[in-house]
Each structure stands twice: as C-alpha cells, then as structure tokens.
Design a protein around this ligand. Structure first.
Ligand SMILES: [Zn+2]
Length: 251
C-alpha cells in the first residue's frame, strides 16, 4: 500500500486536510531518499491484486486541486524532482467556477482551487492532472445514469483543458460501490482510486490509497508508505497513528 493521498499543503488552515509546508518538505526529503516515487500512470501498471506496489515504491497524489499547491507543493516537488498527480474537480475550471462546498472543516479564509493558468503551468512543470469527478458529489448517492454523466463530463472537460487524455479517477471522499465502479468504466476511465479506512478488496476501479493528514510526521509517512500498511493487524489509519503516538510518549 504505497499510493499516498494528500489534499492541501498550506499554513494557517487548521484542518486534517492541510499538511504544513515544512512537514511536506520533510516527507518529500524522506521519500526521495528511501522510496522510488513513480508517476501514477506507471504505478497503476505495477500494483498487485491487493492494490500494493512492489516493495520500495510509492506514488504521490493530491485530491481537490487546492490553489495552495501552486505556492507550497510545486516548488518542493520540483526541487526533489518528484512526480505527482493532482485530481481536479472539473467544475472549478469552468467559466463560472465552482466554490469549495465539499469540505467539512473549511476554516476562516475562503478556500480557493487552482486556476486554469496554474494548472497548465504545473502540467508544463511535470505535474499530472486527472479527474476527481465533476462537482465532488458523493457518487454512491447518484443514480447510475447521473454518475456516468458526472464522470464523463469531468473527463471530457479536463481532457480539453489539459490537451491530453484523462483516464484516471479519484472518487470524492474515496466513496464507491459496485454501481459507481461500473459507472467509472462506462464513463471511459481506465482506473479509479479509493481512500479506504481499512483493507477492502482491490481492483482496477478500487485501487487503495493512504491519506496523509495535518500533523503526520515523517515517521507516520514511513509507516503509511510501507507495503504492508493495510495487512495484518492494521485495520485503519487511526490505530497506527495512535500506536505511534503511544510509542513516542513511552520513549
Ligand atoms: Zn475530494
């Protein structure tokens, strides 16, 4: 289990979704020394039937396309020459835009998403962009037809903006079921990614990722980026974080 999922990298937003820029730089410094970080489209070809990459490999993803990535993540990724993929909410790139209305812990300042210019600049700098649906609905609550329409609209709009095909999807909040997975295939995606809190069956439309959240240390990232993270005793991210915290307190 080695595909990591960040959301924003930014100071001053007290949310689990916001990793502090200094912490992010430390994570990247560790990853570049201790893991081979693959572009996501190469990584998907190498995951096994349990959704795991070979030992020592990792991939970096970011959900939601927050504007802060431009200032706080891009320079670090470039500095370490790390490949990364950002999953965009397509409606945020339309002429009318789309507010960030899907975050449970929005904080005080309004949250902004990447502009088209920022996306294209990041793409030129080597960052890959894929789909995080059209409007960040909970796809498990849509009808099959509405789900296909949402996902197809996202893929088509993003392909047009990016000038290249879009074939990967990260489900909003990682939520999916058999109908959503079938809709992703029908809408033309090759692979799709979840964000499970515990081990779940993996497949081409349910590739697991591990979330990295506010306050996660490099030690936590090391545990989360280990191949067996979801195997054996570990049922979810939270017991691991608690165990690490307890061990740290004992020392
Ligand atoms: Zn999201």
């Amino acid at each position: 289990m080695t595909i990591l999922c960040y959301h924003s990298v930014q100071p001053g937003w007290a949310s689990p979704l916001a990793v502090d820029p200094a912490d992010f730089a430390e994570h990247c410094s560790w990853l570049v020394r201790r893991r081979q970080v693959l572009p996501l489209d190469e990584a998907v070809d190498r995951v096994d039937h349990r959704g795991r990459l070979p030992r020592g490999f990792a991939a970096l993803t970011f959900d939601d396309g927050f504007a802060a990535l431009y200032e706080h993540a891009l320079p670090v990724l470039q500095g370490y020459r790390l490949p990364a993929t950002v999953f965009l909410v397509a409606a945020t790139l339309t002429a009318t835009g789309h507010p960030v209305d899907w975050v449970d812990t929005p904080g005080e300042a309004p949250l902004r998403t990447l502009t088209r210019d920022q996306v294209l600049h990041m793409q030129e700098a080597g960052v890959s962009f894929q789909s995080h649906s059209y409007a960040h609905h909970d796809l498990t609550r849509l009808s099959f037809a509405d789900c296909v329409a949402d996902l197809r609209q996202s893929r088509e709009l993003l392909s047009e903006v990016l000038g290249r095909p879009v074939g990967l999807l990260a489900y909003p909040r990682g939520r999916h079921n058999a109908q959503v997975r079938a809709a992703a295939a029908r809408a033309g995606y090759r692979h799709a990614f979840g964000l499970p809190e515990r081990a779940e069956p993996a497949g081409p439309y349910s590739i697991p990722r591990v979330g990295v959240y506010h306050g996660n240390s490099t030690t936590t990232v090391r545990v989360k980026s280990s191949r067996g993270y979801f195997a054996g005793r570990t049922a979810s991210a939270f017991p691991v974080a608690q165990r690490i915290a307890r061990q740290a307190l004992r020392r």
